[in-house]
Design a protein around this ligand. Structure first.
Ligand SMILES: [Cu+2]
Length: 349
């Protein structure tokens, strides 16, 4: 304990260590390690310019465990990219790491997290980590195209957190796709052994068709009047209805849900299951047991656990939804496929 306290104090003195720099300088020497290759090393560097999250056939919702490295460094490019927000609907989004949502960051409580964001887009942006205790005016300041920002924080608080661009108008930067999840594992773990872990980020898109080009473009008035055109998990309407999330019979499944908004609440529910545990904000201290539906505010997160027992929620199809059903109708519904069901292998939800 004493050793740990000393380390924390040293880290306190370093925080906030924030700097603005031009692209390139601090990238020299940065390298990429797969999560499985870092056991025993003290610093892990992940470059999300190199490690891009798969989005076909669906955004890869599976989660790998956090590495043992106590210092974790993440390089995150900001880009403007074409994304697909519903089947066949292309959209010019603004991204962290080229995808919407951006890449998942997973660390452990007590880790030192180093962030470097490189603005490769034609527009000023910023980054805001809900998991950090840090002066917002400095770390989360807007920086220009061609510039980067670096800061570090100790992940003191376990949970499932939102990360987003906070450049005004924030609604626009979020509805364009600038968000992702950071998971901070509790120091002593989650208390149960999950067989499978997944991340789901709920969000809304507000779009309209350009009357001359026919392109799908942002609808600011729609956003201000809360008239979403799509409400989605992991960036694309209905993607896990078409490509279910697969688990095995008997699996304990842990789902990290972050609600990026920008505006709507998520009322997360799995049809045909009851959550053994829900941790509000993803903090094990905030445990609730035997929960049917749990609301996640815009800008919040929660952790859900359930078991697909053979004699209960066994082999079959289990839709997950926001139970605010007007939103589910717009795309916020997917399927968890347990085992290899053959009878009635389709869902109406
Ligand atoms: Cu932005």
């Amino acid at each position: 304990m004493a050793k740990e306290a000393t380390a924390t104090q040293e880290t306190d003195m370093q925080v906030p260590k924030i700097m603005l720099s031009t692209v390139g300088a601090a990238l020299v020497g940065a390298s990429f390690f797969a999560l499985t290759d870092v056991g025993g090393t003290s610093t892990e560097v992940i470059d999300f310019g190199t490690r891009v999250t798969a989005t076909t056939p669906a955004y890869d919702a599976r989660l790998a465990r956090a590495s043992d490295a106590r210092i974790k460094e993440f390089i995150i490019p900001v880009t403007h990219d074409t994304i697909e927000i519903a089947n066949g609907v292309k959209y010019e989004g603004w991204t962290f790491g080229g995808t919407v949502p951006g890449p998942v960051i997973r660390v452990r409580e007590g880790d030192l997290v180093r962030i470097k964001v490189v603005n490769k887009s034609p527009m000023p942006h910023s980054i805001d980590f809900h998991s950090a205790r840090i002066p917002a005016n400095i770390a989360y300041r807007t920086f220009n195209p061609g510039d980067s920002i670096s800061f570090e924080f100790v992940a003191r608080d376990p949970g499932a957190y939102m990360v987003h661009c906070g450049t005004p108008p924030v609604t626009m930067h979020i509805m364009q796709g600038m968000y992702f999840a950071i998971i901070v594992d509790p120091r002593n773990g989650w208390g149960t052994k999950a067989d499978k872990e997944f991340v789901l980020v709920q969000s809304e898109f507000y779009t309209m068709k350009d009357s001359t080009t026919g392109a799908v473009i942002p609808d600011w008035n729609g956003a201000m009047s809360k008239q979403a055109t799509q409400v989605v998990f992991n960036g694309r309407a209905f993607q896990y209805k078409d490509n279910p999330i697969n688990v095995d019979v008997g699996d304990r499944v842990r789902i990290f849900v972050v609600n990026a908004g920008p505006t709507f609440r998520s009322d997360f529910h799995v049809v045909g299951a009851v959550f053994d545990r829900v941790y509000a904000d993803g903090n094990p201290a905030n445990v609730m047991e035997r929960v049917q539906t749990q609301s996640i505010p815009a800008g919040g997160g929660a952790v859900f656990e359930t078991v697909f027992d053979a004699d209960a929620s066994g082999e079959g199809l289990y839709p997950f939804v926001t139970h605010s059903f007007a939103d589910a109708e717009k795309g916020a519904v997917g399927i968890i496929k347990v085992g290899t069901p053959t009878a009635f292998a389709h869902m109406d939800h």
